[in-house]
Design a protein around this ligand. Structure first.
Ligand SMILES: [Zn+2]
Length: 188
C-alpha cells in the first residue's frame, strides 16, 4: 500500500506543472499542494505553491518597460522575503524551511469566439484585439525538514493577512495520513 501511495504522490508532483499549464487559471486565488513524505517518517513537507502574477507584481504579461521590469523584480523580491513566514508550523516540531525555486511561468490561451463565456474575466490589462491572451503565475517550491513528524499538527497560513488581495486559497495535502483542511489552517 505504501508503495502505491508513494507512486501516486510522485506522479502528482511531476505532473503539477504540466496540468497547470493547460488549465485556465483563476485570478485572486493561490494554489498550495503539500506533500508529507511517508518515506521520511512525516518529518519532511514539500509544497508547490502558485500565486497569480497580478496579485504579486500587478500584471500578467511579460514585462516590457523599465517600470514593468522593476515592478516584477520588486514584487518577486517581496514574495521571496515573506514566503516562508506565511507558514507557521507548531514550534515543538522544530521545522526549518527553505525556498527551492521561485519563478514566473507564462501561459497563453487562444481567445474563444465572443459568443462563448470566458472561464475568468479579462479586465486586467489584456488587449482585446490580441488573438492570444497572456497569463502568468508565480510558481514556488518549498521544503521543510522537521525534528518530529508533522502528523496531527496544525499549520497556520498567514497568506491572506500578508496578501489580502488573495481572496481564495486552494489547499491540497498528499499524505498517507488523513489531513484536515480549514480556511487558513491545515492539520496534517
Ligand atoms: Zn490571467
Amino acid at each position: 500500500m505504501k508503495i502505491i501511495i508513494f507512486c501516486v504522490v510522485s506522479l502528482l508532483g511531476i505532473s503539477q506543472y504540466a496540468f497547470s499549464a493547460l488549465d485556465p487559471h483563476t485570478h485572486h486565488a493561490a494554489n498550495f499542494t503539500f506533500v508529507v513524505e511517508s518515506e521520511k517518517d512525516g518529518k519532511e513537507v514539500q509544497l508547490v505553491a502558485t500565486f497569480p502574477s497580478q496579485d504579486i507584481f500587478g500584471f500578467e504579461h511579460r514585462p516590457k518597460t523599465v517600470q514593468e521590469k522593476q515592478a516584477q523584480r520588486d514584487g518577486l523580491k517581496k514574495l521571496r522575503a515573506k514566503l516562508l513566514g506565511m507558514f507557521q508550523f507548531h514550534s515543538k516540531l522544530g521545522c526549518s524551511g527553505e525556498i527551492s525555486s521561485l519563478k514566473v511561468a507564462y501561459l497563453t490561451e487562444k481567445k474563444k469566439p465572443k459568443s462563448k463565456k470566458h472561464k475568468h474575466h479579462h479586465n486586467h490589462g489584456h488587449k482585446s484585439k490580441k488573438k492570444i491572451a497572456e497569463h502568468s503565475e508565480v510558481r514556488c517550491a518549498l521544503i521543510w525538514q522537521c525534528q518530529q513528524a508533522v502528523h496531527g499538527s496544525r499549520l497556520k497560513l498567514l497568506v491572506r493577512s500578508m496578501y489580502p488581495v488573495l481572496k481564495h486559497l486552494d489547499l491540497k495535502v498528499l499524505s498517507d495520513h488523513k489531513a484536515k483542511i480549514g480556511k487558513d489552517t491545515v492539520i496534517f
